[in-house]
Design a protein around this ligand. Structure first.
Ligand code: SIN
Ligand code: FE2
Length: 208
């Protein structure tokens, strides 16, 4: 078992099979209201291999002009649907942070999709962790230090696992090396869904 960087917590089998099934149904409804689309890299406009959508007051988007959070779906122009209560409850149980998340990025990986090493740093409140939920096919996840080019380690994330990047691990570089197709029967089609819950704005004092 690899040693994870400080602040990176892997909660294996955090969601049981019934919870995963219920969550997939809720995410299906999110995707019906806010369809998956293919973001583009800032500058070059190169399409991501991962398709994305969001739920929550704010959603993370990327296009030629950059990365940002915004309240509207870039293709439909409508607000993102709310974050399912089940995910808010998960955040309350694992985040150790007193305010709710505002954004939930939904990533869909087909067999060929990958996500290069990056930091999640578009949020104003870095005191809150990033809480990530894996559903469907397993992946090889890579996580490292908070500097580019630092040492990295890999671990397998399977359906129902939760990963928390918090404290010293909040700005750890991370990415998805590869998907292991056909390793889960949870989704109707094969593939992997990852949900990342984030707090974006700094809370007002004494408010949530
Ligand atoms: C992300 O970094 O946005 C997603 C990570 C993952 O798919 O596990
Ligand atoms: Fe990320």
């Amino acid at each position: 078992m690899n040693v994870l960087p400080r602040g990176v917590r892997h909660i294996a089998a955090c969601l049981d099979r019934d919870e995963q099934i219920a969550l997939v149904e809720e995410i299906r409804a999110v995707v019906e209201a806010a369809p998956l689309y293919r973001p583009e890299m800032p500058g070059t406009g190169k399409p991501f291999s991962v398709r994305m959508t969001n739920c929550g007051r704010l959603g993370w988007v990327s296009d030629r002009s950059g990365y940002r959070y915004q309240p509207l779906h870039p293709a439909t122009g409508t607000p993102w649907p709310p974050i399912p209560e089940r995910l808010l409850a998960l955040w309350r149980s694992v985040a150790a942070y007193p305010h709710p998340p505002e954004a939930c990025l939904v990533n869909h990986y087909d067999a060929q999709a990958r996500l290069g090493l990056h930091q999640d740093r578009d949020e104003d409140d870095l005191a809150a962790p990033v809480v990530s939920v894996s559903l469907g096919d397993a992946c090889r996840f890579r996580v490292g230090e908070t500097t580019r080019g630092g040492r990295t380690t890999s671990l397998k994330l399977v359906s129902g696992d939760v990963l928390v990047l918090g404290g010293e691990g909040r700005l750890a570089y991370h990415g998805v090396d590869r998907i292991y197709p056909g390793t889960s029967a949870l989704l109707r089609k094969s593939g992997r869904i990852n949900l990342t819950l984030r707090r974006v704005t700094k809370p007002e004092p004494d408010a949530s």
